[in-house]
Design a protein around this ligand. Structure first.
Ligand SMILES: *Cc1c(COP(=O)(O)O)cnc(C)c1O
Length: 503
């Protein structure tokens, strides 16, 4: 914003940007500034700083929605000031969330009658949904053990080592041991046979993933259900299944309707799905639905008598926005089954095209499967010259954000790049990406062979952020930017520990 202003006591007209006067001194980063500034200046200062963020539309690392129709954005903006938890004041919003829960429950074949209410709740994302589902399993298991007069202080949960980090959070926060089925080169999902082998009397549930975060592959829930039923019969246990359908829950029903992964399988007691992934809503909204009332222990439901009416709630926090719930309802009625189906088919077509383009370069092994979440995960055939991390870094120059990461145990030696195909990632963008990828490969192919590649590169990246820029001379006194970088890298180290930032 350029504003012409007259400097008092001078005849001169000075042209300056409104905010530059306020930005001349460094903006306070850690302490609240002493004085106020005009709203236009604050806007410009914040907006200018945000320009240095990546462009969400080019962020191919994320499953999370980055585009919605203007009509829906209008609805969202007009409800940003509604606190979702004030259900008595905003009964229509509550009603819309209930309709969404019912629509999702039916989509996942929950055994509810047409005029029956499904059991489920809207959450901030799949993470909260998973905490709630896990907690329900833990309480059900504890109650059963108490009835049997057996100890109930050592619960565990069985998953593949490819689980998303929120399962580790659940395990740590709610004191449940996480028993992970190890992966191996060539198989990057949980093997149902190995999972069932790890089940014991203290297992609160086996969690299967519909759409592994790392490769998009669907785990075989049907086989898991079969094997676990057999084991339950043999042992007299009652170990259930949870399906983490964060990304696949809005893919499978539309393009693989015959795939049995949901409540059609008797042991599946709860399912989570991210509304802000292929549910096509901006972050953050997720959903968890239970098979029936009996699968959600009554003791976890709070009945708050808030402002005059009984409101059953089962969420981890109290206040939150309403916009995402309203947006989810908009998408359901706007698109309908037909609309979702066509969008998902389109994503699948673009994924196929991108996969072929990437394979045609001759440099890569495709790691993702054709059936699954629309993404392409691929590894380098020859890692002696450069690594996938170098490719990821070079693509950044063109604006593309393509994450590179190593696989979990026991496949840590495999490093991949991953491109997630969202609704707005068009055919022409896919074309463009392949062109830029070829340029990057051409450049990198000129480099002399290097010795340290692969996994060591991950540590190098961490070291770099820790000690400032590579090769720079470190001043004794920390600059503000250095201090800030250290704060950022401290948090990054904590959050990157396992999944190196893919979400
Ligand atoms: C994204 C994802 C999560 C976490 O979901 P949020 O909605 O981001 O909280 C959990 N599990 C899987 C498989 C995921 O892909």
């Amino acid at each position: 914003m350029v504003i012409t202003t007259t400097v008092t006591g001078s005849d001169e007209y000075v042209h300056c940007t409104f905010a530059s006067r306020y930005a001349r001194d460094p903006i306070s980063r850690f302490k609240m500034p002493e004085s106020s500034m005009p709203k236009e200046a604050a806007y410009q200062v914040v907006n200018d700083e945000l320009m240095l963020d990546g462009n969400p539309r080019l962020n191919l690392a994320s499953f999370v929605t980055t585009w919605m129709e203007p009509e829906c954005e209008k609805l969202m903006m007009s409800s940003v000031n509604k606190n979702y938890v004030d259900m008595d004041e905003y009964p229509v919003t509550t009603e819309l969330q209930n309709r969404c829960v019912n629509m999702i429950a039916h989509l996942f074949h929950a055994p509810v009658g047409d005029d029956e209410t499904a059991i489920g709740v809207g959450t901030v994302g799949s993470s909260e949904a998973i905490m709630l589902a896990g907690l329900a399993f833990k309480r059900k298991w504890q109650a059963r053990r108490r009835e049997q007069g057996k100890p109930c202080d050592n619960p565990n949960i069985v998953t593949g080592a490819n689980v998303q980090v929120c399962w580790e959070k659940f395990a740590r926060y709610f004191e449940v041991e996480l028993k992970e089925v190890k992966l191996q080169e060539g198989c990057y999902v949980m093997d149902p046979c190995k999972a069932v082998d790890m089940v014991d009397e203290n297992t609160i549930c086996v969690a299967a993933i519909l759409g592994s975060t790392l490769t998009g592959e669907f785990e075989d829930v049907k086989l898991l259900n079969e094997l676990l039923t057999k084991k339950n019969e043999e042992t007299g246990w009652d170990v259930p299944i949870h399906v983490d359908a964060a990304s696949g829950g809005f893919i499978a029903p539309f393009i693989y309707p015959d795939l049995e992964w949901d409540f059609r399988l008797p042991l599946v007691k709860s399912i989570n799905v991210s509304g802000h992934k292929y549910g096509l809503v901006y972050p953050g909204v997720g959903w968890v639905v239970w098979r029936s009332k009996a699968d959600l222990p009554e003791e976890l439901i709070f009945h708050i008598n808030y402002l005059g009416s009984d409101q059953p709630t089962f969420t981890l926090n109290f206040s939150k926005g309403s916009s995402q719930i309203i947006a989810q309802y908009y998408q359901f009625i706007r698109l309908g089954f037909e609309g979702y189906k066509s969008i998902m088919e389109n994503c699948q077509d673009n994924a196929r095209m991108l996969r072929e383009g990437i394979a045609d370069t001759g440099h890569f092994e495709i790691v993702s499967k054709e059936v699954g979440v629309p993404l392409v995960a691929f590894s380098l055939k020859d890692t002696t010259r450069y690594s996938v991390f170098d490719i990821s870094e070079s693509l950044r120059r063109f604006g593309w954000i393509v994450p590179a990461y190593t696989m979990p145990p026991d496949a840590e030696h495999v490093a991949v790049l991953r491109v997630v195909i969202r609704e707005e990632f068009s055919h022409s963008l896919a074309d463009r990406l392949i062109t830029d990828m070829k340029k990057v490969l051409e450049e990198l192919d000129q480099l002399p062979p290097r010795e340290t590649t692969k996994v060591t590169r991950v540590n190098a990246v961490v070291d770099e952020t820790q000690s400032g820029r590579r090769g720079s001379v470190h001043p004794v006194k920390k600059s503000v930017s250095q201090a800030q970088r250290e704060v950022v890298s401290y948090w990054r180290r904590i959050s990157d520990k396992k999944t190196s930032g893919v979400c």
